[in-house]
Ligand binder design. Structure first.
Ligand code: CO
Length: 208
C-alpha cells in the first residue's frame, strides 16, 4: 500500500464527516466524556471502535500484545487511573480474541527475547488453570480457552487496582470480559461474574 493513500483517505473521511455535520470536529475538539475503557490486543485485525460500532469519543482505548494488565506495567496502569479517576468511565472492558499470536507464542517453548517477560504473564495464567487446560485434548480448543482465561485473569488484575475498587464503591463501576472471534466477526461476552470475583479477591487485595 502506498502510504500517501492514507492522507487521501483522511481527506475523504474529513469531508464525509463534515457533509453529515459541519460542526463535527468543532464539537469533538471540545472534550471527551467516554462511557467505557476498552483494553484490547494490538492485533491489526482486532479494531476497537469498528468492531463495537461506536463513534470517536465513546471509548477510551488501550491496546497491547495480548490485552494484558500486568501489575507493574506503568502504561496500562496509567490508562486505568486516568480513565477511571478522571474521565470517570462506568465500564472497563478487557477484550481478547481467538487466534491471538501473543497467547499462541506463550504456549510454545521458544526464547523470544524481550517478549519473554511479557508473555510470561500468560504462562502464569496457564499455570493457574493448568488442570482445566491440560484436560482439553484438542489443541485449538485449548488455545481458545486460554484466550478466555487470560481475559478473565486480566479482568481480575483490573479489579486489583485501588481506582476500580474505589469507583465500584462510589458509583458501581463494572468490569467486563469479552472475546472477539475473528473467524465469525462476533463479539462474545464471557459473562464474568464481576461482583463475585470482586468479593472473592477483595479478601486479599482490598486497598481501602
Ligand atoms: Co492478540
Amino acid at each position: 500500500m502506498d502510504i500517501s493513500q492514507i492522507f487521501k483517505n483522511n481527506q475523504n473521511w474529513v469531508q464525509n464527516k463534515l457533509d453529515l455535520d459541519p460542526n463535527y470536529f468543532k464539537e469533538l475538539s471540545e472534550g471527551q466524556n467516554p462511557e467505557i475503557l476498552y483494553i484490547g490486543c494490538s492485533d491489526s485485525r482486532v479494531t476497537a471502535e469498528e468492531l463495537m460500532g461506536v463513534p470517536p469519543g465513546y471509548a477510551f482505548i488501550h491496546r497491547n500484545i495480548a490485552n494484558m494488565v500486568p501489575t507493574i506495567d506503568l502504561s496500562s496502569q496509567s490508562v486505568i487511573d486516568y480513565a477511571v479517576m478522571h474521565l470517570k468511565v462506568n465500564h472497563v472492558v478487557v477484550c481478547g480474541h481467538y487466534y491471538c499470536g501473543g497467547v499462541k507464542a506463550a504456549m510454545q517453548s521458544a526464547d523470544l527475547g524481550l517478549l519473554n517477560p511479557w508473555l510470561r504473564s500468560i504462562r502464569d495464567v496457564y499455570r493457574l488453570h493448568r488442570k482445566e487446560l491440560n484436560a482439553i485434548e484438542d489443541e485449538e480448543e485449548k488455545y481458545k480457552r486460554l484466550v478466555e482465561l487470560n481475559v478473565q485473569e486480566q479482568c481480575i488484575n483490573v479489579i486489583k487496582t485501588s481506582e476500580v475498587q474505589r469507583a465500584y464503591r462510589d458509583r458501581g463501576i463494572t468490569v467486563h470480559g469479552w472475546v472477539f472471534d475473528i473467524h465469525s466477526g462476533k463479539l462474545i461476552d464471557l459473562k464474568i461474574d464481576f461482583r463475585k470475583i470482586l468479593e472473592e479477591i477483595m479478601e486479599i487485595y482490598r486497598l481501602s
